[in-house]
Design a protein around this ligand. Structure first.
Ligand SMILES: *[C@@H]1O[C@H](CO)[C@@H](O)[C@H](O)[C@H]1NC(C)=O
Ligand SMILES: *[C@@H]1O[C@H](CO)[C@@H](O)[C@H](O)[C@H]1NC(C)=O
Ligand SMILES: *[C@@H]1O[C@H](CO)[C@@H](O)[C@H](O)[C@H]1NC(C)=O
Ligand SMILES: *[C@@H]1O[C@H](CO)[C@@H](O)[C@H](O)[C@H]1NC(C)=O
Length: 292
């Protein structure tokens, strides 16, 4: 056995027995150049399902919802799975097995309820469960199913989730499937309210905006004119509240009534980082060296 595989085995042993929560080391493969975004603080989760790492999430315990999820895009096949919703045992019990686990019928363990969002938080809340890492961007049924964990979900208005934000996810899918020749690294996160945070059930913080960015360093240089700005990086911010001001994302007045105020604005990675800096009051860097 080579030295390298010894090291890998050793690392695998450590990570399977201890921490998928609190350290991105076991799942750096989901970040461009193994470099997690800088500037945001939270609890890192290496999202493990069926004993494989599937993606990475930076979680906020006080908000009981994620700051961002990071993943590698794969061309989807088949339909959206009918997956059960899951939780992260290690947020409640640090020594627990790190595989995400489905909620079972009946009352949920109080330590789980305390440590993260549970299904009851979302039921009758006027918010849908908005995936940061969407099942649509993954090929295999297990990868798709693994996105159905509440640690990958934020309270998102239905008309954003099923409207302009879904359009964005589909556009990104088609663009990457057609013109990205190597890996595409995607990070999707949220922007909190500046003041007067909104909560559901006084437990789960509602984001004012969602954002997403990808880095595809190896792409087809004969992309059509209209997609020239979509490579190697691309970003967007989407509204989650029609009452928000229009400085970050203007409202298209001619949008269909139900989607009114849930616009998504496409922009450069630089512009996204400028808005993140404004709101978080610190420099936020999504990709190593801007994915150059
Ligand atoms: C949700 O609302 C419906 C209709 O008002 C009600 O019947 C149901 O019990 C509520 N569920 C929960 C979990 O609060
Ligand atoms: C995603 O992209 C693939 C490849 O272009 C396409 O076959 C599939 O229909 C797309 N899925 C959705 C939901 O748009
Ligand atoms: C790049 O895109 C052009 C135009 O769509 C296409 O003809 C060509 O086959 C693509 N090349 C690769 C390597 O996918
Ligand atoms: C927007 O503001 C109106 C009036 O203050 C309020 O009734 C409504 O609930 C707000 N919408 C959201 C999504 O917060």
């Amino acid at each position: 056995m080579s030295g390298l595989s010894n090291v890998l085995l050793f690392v695998a042993f450590i990570s399977f027995s201890v921490a998928d929560v609190g350290d991105f080391t076991p799942c750096l493969q989901f970040f461009y150049r193994s470099w997690p975004p800088k500037g945001l603080a939270g609890t890192s989760i290496c999202q493990r399902y069926n004993n494989n790492y599937r993606f990475a999430t930076l979680y906020s315990r006080p908000r009981r919802s994620p700051w961002f999820s990071a993943y590698v895009y794969t061309v989807p096949s088949g339909k959206r799975p009918k997956a059960s919703w899951k939780y992260e045992p290690q947020l409640a019990y640090p020594a627990a097995d790190g595989n995400m686990r489905p909620f079972l019928p009946g009352p949920v363990d109080m330590n789980v309820v305390e440590s993260q969002a549970v299904e009851l938080d979302y039921i009758n809340s006027t918010y849908s469960r908005g995936h940061l890492n969407p099942s649509l961007h993954h090929q295999t049924p297990l990868c798709r199913s693994s996105t159905f964990t509440l640690t990958n979900v934020v309270p998102q208005k239905k008309w954003s989730n099923d409207g302009p934000w879904e359009d964005l996810e589909q556009t990104v899918n088609n663009t990457l499937a057609s013109y990205c020749l190597g890996e595409a690294y995607i990070v999707t996160g949220i922007i909190p309210y500046q003041k007067d945070e909104h909560w559901i059930k006084n437990r789960v913080a509602v984001p004012e905006y969602l954002w997403s960015a990808y880095c595809c360093p190896n792409y087809n240089h004969s992309v059509p004119e209209g997609l020239k700005d979509a490579f190697p990086t691309f970003a967007a911010i989407g509204r989650n509240d029609p009452n928000s001001t229009e400085e970050i994302v203007p409202i298209q007045k001619t949008a269909k009534k139900q989607y009114w105020g849930y616009d998504v604005r496409r922009m450069s990675l630089n512009s996204l980082e400028m808005y993140l800096k404004d709101r978080f009051n610190t420099v936020v860097t999504v990709f190593h060296e801007q994915c150059n």
